[in-house]
Design a protein around this ligand. Structure first.
Ligand code: PMP
Length: 399
């Protein structure tokens, strides 16, 4: 049978392959250990329940929180929805119960967030009358504490700022924002889909009240994630988005995805076991890729922060490129265009627009995600292919 060579994978910000050791940890929970963790009247249920609680503990130690503060969800999209809508609806309920008409909380977020934050804020505004301020990040995609301080009002109840951006890799000053929010009695949510397992996270030191994470960005399975919800100092209360079950204290009803949860726990342990070594290795590769492209192409620029960035992300824009980057040919590299995070849409990325790119420059953008399987040779290949593509386009467009 003829097999075609697959392109080199450079899309680790979109998803990662399941690590074989994670798969091995999950395997029994598909087959022999198939019990429902809520069936506490027999050993099938006990075994599944023990596995779920072990994973909860693994995630709690990674975040430095209590296991009971970890709620399993289907991924960061759901965690973001639950955090924001769960809080807004709870605040609305509390306002009604106390008989005052102060049920319109003010919420603050930033333009470079993932759509699963931005669109939920819009929904909260439309459906629940929340007041929303979406601040602009700076030209590196970073959110400053000052810009948040300017946006805050007396009725601000929630600030949501992602720890690291999925398109341009910029890391935000989370501890600074979290500690200030705490001093103002404002709750703080952070989307850590891209940073969990890659950067050290400490919910106490960073004063985080709500935190979203995802399994498939850290060599775990797809369709599993978690939400951290602070239980004391302060106690954060959410209303569930779904109804009809008592699982996860009723905050996230539905039979638990046991193999997924076991996989998320195993992937978390794996990520933490060599986080520093892997991050140093990737930083070297990242440096090589950035200098390799920028030194050969004057029309290339690096998107995102020059130093405060994830080691797993490189995003370049090319001035003067005339067409959609993929129409120009980057065969052999599986990477993502700057047009949108979710492929299938052709509208220019809202993140690139938020850092001031024109539609045209946003379209002339590529994102390379680096990960565990990325080698030096892969980086060399990527540099060669990108340079070749841009040079060819220069000739075609006469530049
Ligand atoms: N937030 C960020 C920053 C992301 O990168 C992603 C994944 N693209 C999500 C949220 C959504 O995560 P999930 O795929 O687990 O729903």
């Amino acid at each position: 049978m003829k097999t075609t060579k697959r392109p080199v994978y450079f899309d680790y910000n979109a998803t990662t392959p399941l690590h074989p050791s994670v798969f091995e940890a999950m395997r029994p929970y598909f087959v022999e250990e198939f019990g429902n963790p809520a069936s506490l009247s027999h050993s099938y249920g006990w075994s599944a329940n023990m596995a779920v609680e072990k994973a909860r503990g693994q995630i709690a130690s990674a975040l430095h929180c209590q296991p009971k503060e970890v709620y399993f969800t289907s991924g960061a999209t759901e965690s973001n929805n639950l955090a924001i809508l769960g809080l807004v609806t709870k605040l609305g309920d509390q306002g009604e119960q106390r008989g005052y008409d102060n049920s319109a909380p003010h919420l603050v977020t930033n333009q470079a967030e993932h759509k699963s934050v931005l669109e939920v804020f819009q929904f909260a505004q439309r459906r629940f009358g929340a007041e929303v301020t979406v601040i602009d990040p700076d030209r590196f995609g970073q959110v400053s504490l000052k810009s948040i301080q300017r946006a805050v009002k007396p009725n601000t109840r929630l600030i949501s700022v992602m720890m690291a951006n999925n398109e341009i890799g910029t890391i935000n000053p989370i501890a600074e924002i979290g500690q200030w929010a705490k001093s103002q009695n404002i709750l703080f949510h952070t989307d850590c889909a891209q940073s969990f397992g890659k950067l050290p996270i400490h919910v106490e030191d960073m004063a985080i009240d709500l935190l979203s994470l995802s399994g498939h960005k850290i060599y775990g399975p797809k369709g599993i994630g978690a939400l951290f919800v602070r239980s004391e100092n302060p106690t954060v209360e959410l209303l569930p988005v779904l109804s009809g079950g008592t699982q996860e204290h009723g905050i996230r009803p539905g039979t638990l995805n046991v193999p997924g949860i076991v996989g998320l726990g195993a992937a978390t342990v794996l990520a933490l076991s060599d986080m520093n070594i892997e991050s140093e290795r990737l930083k070297e590769l990242q440096k090589h890729l950035i200098s390799g492209v920028l030194s050969q192409l004057p029309e290339a620029s690096l998107n995102g922060h020059p130093t405060e960035r994830l080691a797993t992300n490189v995003s370049f824009s090319f001035r003067g490129l005339s067409a959609d980057i993929f129409a120009l040919g980057l065969n052999g590299l599986a990477l993502s265009a700057g047009s949108a995070c979710a492929s299938g849409t052709s509208s220019p990325s809202h993140v690139l627009k938020a850092i001031g790119h024109s539609d045209r420059l946003a379209r002339a953008t590529v994102r390379l995600g680096l990960g565990r399987l990325t080698t030096f040779a892969d980086i060399e290949l990527a540099i060669d292919k990108i340079v070749e593509m841009v040079l060819k386009n220069r000739q075609i467009s006469g530049g």
